[in-house]
Design a binder for this molecule. Structure first.
Ligand SMILES: Cc1cc2nc3c(=O)[nH]c(=O)nc-3n(C[C@H](O)[C@H](O)[C@H](O)COP(=O)(O)O)c2cc1C
Ligand code: SF4
Length: 673
């Protein structure tokens, strides 16, 4: 019997049954708009159905052109578009018991491309294009388009729809005073502002009949000024039950909210309490969501009655077999979502295709395929960092005879550095996953072993994943000063660092080092209460929107984070996470400076010029995070010996430490070799 009985039990919905309590949360993958994308999505979703998900929810699909998130974004507005959805629903239904619902998402004022419509013509802070205010007729059209979209989804074979009522999109814009300044029957009183969602749900239910799943994603915590109060949200929840929803899903935070809601620094299941509070008021099943990436955490939520189902969106990118592994007592084999957003949300916001940093197969199920083995080879992988681990486990899984060497006494390479940064503890999970997979795939792991080219000449293939060394920039005095440390000295060798520190280089590592130096070891970053206090969140929603005064402790250490470029400090960080790191450091009191020239280092400190003005930073230490050089000393000797050599990860491109590229490159090479 599995240890996750609560999570794995079915849920009876009256006219149908979900096989487990796991919902695959909605994710726009970017495949919706790609040529051949529907076939790719079909296989993507089929694998998650095969993996045991109870209900799959697709990424948001617009009910009409003006509701699409961007111009040309996927919509379901006519019978012409039904056939492509059929490819997906047929694939999912080839798995007995699998259910799939299509999310209807109307972007309202979040629509990029100039077609946006909204209750009032108030531009969103995250979208320069102002929306057009709808008149009575325009509102009626939007409602009819929702109804048509739901009917077409039924025709396309979906088991239900999810109506997106949260995250600050169209419906949410009607509900909140912040975005609804109307004085007709669609604005003013709360009853008027919730008329739109209730009208949509009522009319969709009439159109699709009683035996069709109707999920409503309810914003239970807006996290913006002039959002809803708790009493109002409960009132809407009750009214939604009356007009015929089957299930209510939880929505947390508008997109324009300045509180992280899904980043890795958000503690696991941080917002489940909000759903739990709502459960006291409603009788339809409730889904909770956000940063639930582990079967024990999900199981406890169901067992404790906090929710009836648990939505996991990104964890299903990270591992299609999440539920099956949990059911079969193989939870230690789950490839855990680390909440980094680097290959999922960042890609979506950049207009690209979604995948996953820890699982490059995600959304590439029809493209990245482990080739059947034609010839078993002896493969040496040198370096057990992200690239080497991915390559070794993938090659061994296919049946090759793989030996993995590392000079260190443990696997992980740069992951070992990343995991100790506050808010990046999830990297422990990636290491656990690889450790288990090395064992299961039978890789011969040789730690504490520094190999020479001569040790490798018997192998058929050698993959050099030997990583990088920090680069030392050319600054007068840098070689002679005992104030200068590399980021490895600080993060790996734990060299003591003084109270006043300059960090040279504001890329990912410069930010990590600054976070490490200002948090110290004292902040428990996976503590929910601490997180809510730091970001000013009131989970009881006693204020409209649930915002409270943020209580941030400045660091006693004085840190200067410096970059040469004149662009915004940290401009190269992830699209969806850069602002979080900047805000965190600002709150800690870190002084960020751009356009800096480094003049010299002496016993007084670091001499710099900013806009032509000379300054002295009287610091105890200067931590250099100014790029790295590839370690590829073995390459030439191996080539000379006639060995087939492949460079992967940092040894190939050292410009920036990039686990996403490293894992993808290692996997792709090993899947085909
Ligand atoms: C790439 C990506 C696309 C998303 N697209 C949607 C969407 O179309 N509709 C929606 O309601 N939520 C969307 N979300 C939010 C997820 O449904 C979910 O709320 C969020 O990822 C937090 O849950 P998780 O920690 O389980 O991933 C998206 C999230 C990601 C990462
Ligand atoms: S890219 Fe990162 S956040 Fe996105 S699914 Fe993968 S591990 Fe999770």
């Amino acid at each position: 019997m599995s240890e996750f009985q609560s999570l794995l039990q079915p849920l009876d919905l009256g006219f149908t049954q979900a096989r487990s309590r796991v919902v695959m949360g909605s994710m726009h993958t970017g495949l919706e708009e790609r040529k051949g994308g529907w076939e790719r999505q079909a296989e993507f979703f089929r694998q998650r159905a095969e993996g045991g998900v109870g209900i799959i929810v697709t990424g948001g699909i617009g009910p009409n052109e003006e509701g699409a998130v961007f111009r040309g974004g996927s919509i379901l507005a006519s019978s012409d578009e039904v056939a492509q959805h059929r490819i997906v629903t047929d694939a999912v239904h080839s798995v007995p018991g699998a259910l799939i619902c299509m999310q209807i998402l109307h972007a309202g004022r979040y629509a990029y491309g100039g077609l946006g419509v909204a209750p009032s013509a108030i531009p969103a802070p995250i979208n320069p294009m102002p929306p057009r205010e709808l008149d009575e007729e325009g509102i009626e059209k939007q409602i009819q388009d929702f109804v048509r979209c739901a009917s077409l989804a039924k025709e396309a074979g979906y088991d239900g729809v999810e109506i997106m009522g949260s995250e600050g999109y169209f419906i949410n814009q009607f509900i909140a005073k912040r975005t609804n300044h109307r004085d007709d029957r669609w604005g003013g009183s709360y009853e008027n502002r919730i008329r739109l969602p209730l009208e949509i749900v009522r009319r969709v239910r009439d159109a699709v009949g009683p035996e069709f799943i109707l999920i409503y994603r309810l914003s239970m915590l807006d996290l913006v000024e002039d959002g809803s109060t708790w009493e109002e949200i409960v009132q809407l929840g009750k009214a939604l039950e009356e007009v015929g929803v089957t299930i209510i899903n939880t929505g947390i935070g508008w997109h324009e909210a300045r509180v992280p809601t899904i980043a890795t620094s958000v503690p696991r299941a941080a917002f489940a309490e909000v759903t739990a509070r709502m459960k006291q008021h409603l009788s339809v099943p409730l889904i909770t969501t956000n940063r639930i990436n582990d079967p024990s955490v999900a199981d406890a939520i169901i067992a404790e009655g906090k929710a009836d189902m648990v939505s996991m969106a990104r964890p299903m990118l990270a591992d299609a077999e999440f539920v099956r592994k949990a059911a079969e007592g193989r939870a230690d084999e789950i490839n855990t979502c680390i909440g980094c957003n680097q290959a999922c949300l960042d890609h979506t916001f950049g207009g690209g295709e979604v995948s996953c940093l820890v699982n490059p197969y995600a959304c590439n199920e029809t493209k990245l395929i482990d080739q059947p083995l034609t010839e078993k080879k002896r493969i040496a992988v040198v370096g057990a960092g992200p690239a080497g681990l991915a390559a070794a486990t993938t090659a061994a899984k296919r049946g090759h005879d793989v030996t993995l060497f590392d000079a260190d006494d443990k696997i992980g390479g740069q992951f070992n550095i990343a995991k100790q940064i506050p808010g990046k503890e999830e990297f422990y999970e990636t290491l656990r996953y690889f450790r288990v997979m090395l064992e299961k795939t039978g890789v011969n792991v040789r730690l504490n072993t520094r190999v020479s080219a001569a040790d490798l000449t018997d192998f058929d293939e050698v993959m050099l994943a030997t990583g990088i060394s920090p680069r030392t920039p050319d600054i007068p005095g840098i070689q002679d000063s005992d104030k200068v440390l590399s980021y490895l000295d600080v993060l790996k060798h734990k060299t003591p660092v003084g109270q006043r520190v300059a960090v040279i280089g504001a890329g990912g590592i410069g930010f990590d080092v600054s976070e490490y130096l200002t948090h110290g070891d004292t902040t428990p970053s996976q503590n929910v209460e601490e997180f809510m206090r730091e970001w000013g969140v009131d989970l009881t929603v006693s204020t409209p929107g649930g915002l409270a005064e943020a209580q941030v402790e400045r660091s006693p250490r004085e840190v200067f984070l410096l970059q040469r470029k004149t662009s915004k400090v940290g401009a190269g960080l992830g699209k969806t996470t850069g602002w979080i790191h900047r805000t965190t450091l600002k709150n800690k009191g870190v002084k960020m400076m751009n356009g800096v020239s480094y003049d010299r280092i002496d016993e007084k400190g670091l001499h710099i010029s900013v806009n032509g003005e000379a300054k002295l930073l009287e610091v105890d230490h200067i931590v250099v995070c100014a790029g790295q050089e590839p370690n590829r000393e073995l390459q030439q000797a191996l080539l000379d010996a006639g060995v087939s050599v492949h460079l992967i990860g940092g040894a190939d491109k050292a410009a920036e430490l990039d686990a996403k590229r490293a894992i993808k490159q290692g996997t792709e090479l090993a899947a085909a070799i």
